[in-house]
Ligand binder design. Structure first.
Ligand code: FES
Length: 164
């Protein structure tokens, strides 16, 4: 009986540890896995352009993209890092995009600041129809070259990743 209980406890710990390892691995993979391609491929309504205030980045899950207002100019930036395709989050504290995979950093307009990315963040075309903003996720253009510094400004505060 004691043997059975001890064995049951040992097996329980093993199963628990296995589940924890699996959950940790799954979470890391979901956060960092490269995006194969922008899966949306269609036109998405983004609503009233005035919803996007200057200096903000709004994530649009349906298109896997960021709508940003960089000094009054709106852009739709692909979430996929131009380096190796990781998902690039916006760091509210620094006001910059910071890729957690290899440390590429981009300004609010998606222009390259630092890191191994070969260019700025890729952009999807925006259009205005009867006062409503639309993004075409089926089309994109490469992000700006390293020399583009139209929206560069000092970081608002601390970076979200160590190398930024
Ligand atoms: S995938 Fe973003 S810096 Fe490498």
């Amino acid at each position: 009986m004691a043997f059975t209980r001890r064995r049951l406890l040992r097996n329980g710990w093993g199963i628990g540890a296995g589940l924890l390892t699996f959950a940790a691995g799954w979470t890391s993979w979901e956060l960092l896995r490269p995006l194969a391609a922008n899966g949306a491929g269609g036109k998405i309504s983004l609503g009233d352009p005035s919803n996007y205030a200057d200096g903000t980045a709004t994530f649009v899950n349906e298109g896997r993209l960021w709508v940003v207002n960089a000094g009054g100019e709106l852009f739709a930036l692909s979430q996929k890092c131009p380096h190796l395709g990781c998902r690039v989050p916006f760091c509210e504290s620094s006001g910059r995009f910071e890729c957690p995979c290899h440390g590429s950093v981009f300004d609010i307009g998606g222009e390259w600041i630092a890191g191994p990315s070969p260019r700025g963040m890729d952009r999807h075309p925006l259009s205005l129809e009867s006062g409503v903003l639309f993004v075409d996720t089926g089309a994109s253009e490469d992000g700006p070259d390293h020399g583009s510094k139209n929206y560069l400004s000092p970081a608002k505060g601390p970076a979200c990743i160590e190398s930024a």
